[in-house]
Design a protein around this ligand. Structure first.
Ligand code: NAP
Ligand code: MG
Length: 473
């Protein structure tokens, strides 16, 4: 049992001002795995006051001082990486191989990338007689979701620290454990009191208290579109900067010259990873209509080959995060059936032989882009395959979405693939796989307005000051 009942404020573990606890449920077993405290706006006030005090000194530290801290955090993170991964598995159900693999690798990557960017970052640049300074924006509220907890916390905390900001983290109720360990890591690495603070609790209470707070300068949020909209409205009265990383319905275009078998199988397997709970997942798979039969065969085989079970065992896919998410996904699968999509793998209910935990069957539909299952983010292991007539049609289908987070192209002809990448209205396109911690990540359209990762991620936490007349004449 993990009982994490204290908050981290001003360099110390403290009790909530008004005691109130909530159970945390293991999604694989439905058993209570521990408890957290649910904070109140008074706890947020305390944390914001600490962050404000710390800002006076942290904001004027040298690059070297901040780099030294990031290095110490990285070392401490590496020391406790296994523990972090196990916490991720317990809280949100990712298989251990993923929790202790890609999940913690992403967090580590954001810390080390921020460290490298910081070492050479130009906080001052002279343009003529004017000095343009980039200065930390101030006290930041970081509100994160449960689907890639270490990715989403580290991608905010590392650049915020690197730029000289101070912060209050509000972790998700569904994934509070890894955040707690991360706070211990920051403490043990010697983060000065007040620079980093963490208050657990409900988004509608803690998140709102941060968004509306007079003394919070910016909010960085990752999560759902409705909450992003609410935060933006809540933050408007105090004219905060709000960085939003929201959902997606990303298209994966397989070109006619590519191997249907390999690429469709790869895209299908990719969709099922992390139980489909990835904002940038390629959830619409676009294949040449003339080769749909081949694609169906490959997708069916790939989906049926995804093993589902106990995340601490040897399975490719664990449960989804909560009963509520399970029910939402079941409703979408029913919707797909009702609107006439062809179910070629998976379907309603849990996989055979599983009667505990929120396990969903790896599901693949063949449908069209007007269907609800092709328009809304399902956030579960559900793929929709859509046939396209030619490349113009593929681009039109891909761009016919409210979202604009990611895009994928698989093709032998690199020029043709690049051409598609230019025409997709999305914040990122991955051509034939590839991975880059330095590549900016964020959305067009309703997928958000910010850019995280690498050097671009620093911009979110920086104000720009012009000092005109810096040089005489
Ligand atoms: P969510 O409701 O948007 O929650 C994300 C974070 O915001 C959580 O920490 C949440 O707190 C907090 N929050 C909730 N209401 C808030 C408010 N009024 N003001 C400030 N903060 C608030 O996302 P979710 O419930 O975790 O997932 C729901 C859907 O969001 C998913 O089905 C998926 O479509 C989408 N999603 C997208 C991403 C992404 O990476 N783009 C990630 C996760 C989810 P609590 O702890 O109380 O929930
Ligand atoms: Mg929610």
């Amino acid at each position: 049992m993990r009982d994490y009942l204290k908050f981290y404020i001003d360099g110390a573990w403290v009790d909530p001002i008004t005691p109130k606890t909530a159970e945390v449920i293991n999604p694989a077993t439905e058993a209570v795995s521990g408890h957290i405290s649910l904070g109140s706006p008074a706890d947020v006030d305390k944390a914001v006051a600490a962050a404000r005090r710390a800002f006076a000194t942290w904001s004027v530290t040298s690059i070297k001082e901040r780099a030294d801290l990031l290095e110490a955090i990285l070392a401490e993170y590496l020391r406790r990486e296994r523990e972090l991964g196990e916490a991720v598995t317990e809280e949100m159900g990712a298989p251990l191989s993923l929790g202790c693999g890609f999940h913690t690798m992403l967090g580590k990557g954001h810390i080390s990338t921020a460290l490298e960017v910081l070492k050479n970052y130009k906080f001052e640049e002279q343009h003529g007689a004017t000095m343009i300074r980039k200065e930390p924006i101030g006290v930041c509220g970081l509100i994160t979701p449960w689907n890639w907890p270490m990715n989403q916390t580290c991608v905010k905390i590392a650049p915020a620290l690197a730029t000289g900001c101070t912060m209050i983290l509000k972790p998700p109720q569904l994934a509070p454990y890894s955040a707690q360990i991360l706070a211990e890591i920051l403490h043990d690495a010697g983060t000065p009191a007040g620079v980093f603070n963490m208050v657990q609790g409900q988004g509608s209470v803690i998140g709102t208290a941060l968004s509306t707070h007079q003394d919070v300068d910016m909010i960085s949020f990752t999560g759902s579109e409705p909450v992003g909209v609410q935060i933006t409205k809540d933050a408007a009265d105090t004219v905060k900067r709000v960085g939003l990383e929201l959902g997606g319905k990303s298209a994966w275009v397989v070109l006619d010259d590519a191997s249907m078998t390999t690429n469709v199988a790869g895209a299908t397997g990719g969709m099922m990873g992390n139980s489909g709970q990835t904002c940038s997942a390629g959830s619409r798979l676009l294949v040449p209509a003339a080769r749909m039969d081949e694609a169906i065969a490959a997708a069916t085989e790939a989906a049926n080959g995804v093993t589902v079970g106990d995340p601490t065992g040897n399975f490719a896919m664990g449960p989804v995060v909560s009963k509520a998410q399970y029910n939402i996904i079941q409703d979408y699968i029913q919707k797909g059936i009702d609107e006439g999509a062809t179910l070629i793998a998976g379907g309603l209910g849990s996989p055979e032989g599983i009667d505990k935990g929120w396990f969903v069957r790896p599901t693949v539909f063949v449908g069209n882009n007007q269907m609800v299952i092709a328009r809304e983010e399902i956030f579960g292991p559900v793929l929709v395959m859509i046939g396209y007539a030619d490349l113009d049609d593929a681009v039109a289908i891909a761009n016919d979405s409210n979202f604009g987070l990611g895009g994928y192209v698989s093709g032998e002809d690199l020029e043709a693939s690049r051409d598609i990448s230019r025409r997709l209205r999305t914040g990122a396109v991955w051509v034939n796989g590839g991975f880059d911690f330095g590549a900016p990540f964020g959305g067009y359209k309703r997928s958000g307005n910010g850019r995280e990762w690498g050097e671009h991620g620093f911009t979110e936490y920086l104000e720009i000051k012009a000092v005109v007349g810096w040089s005489a004449g």
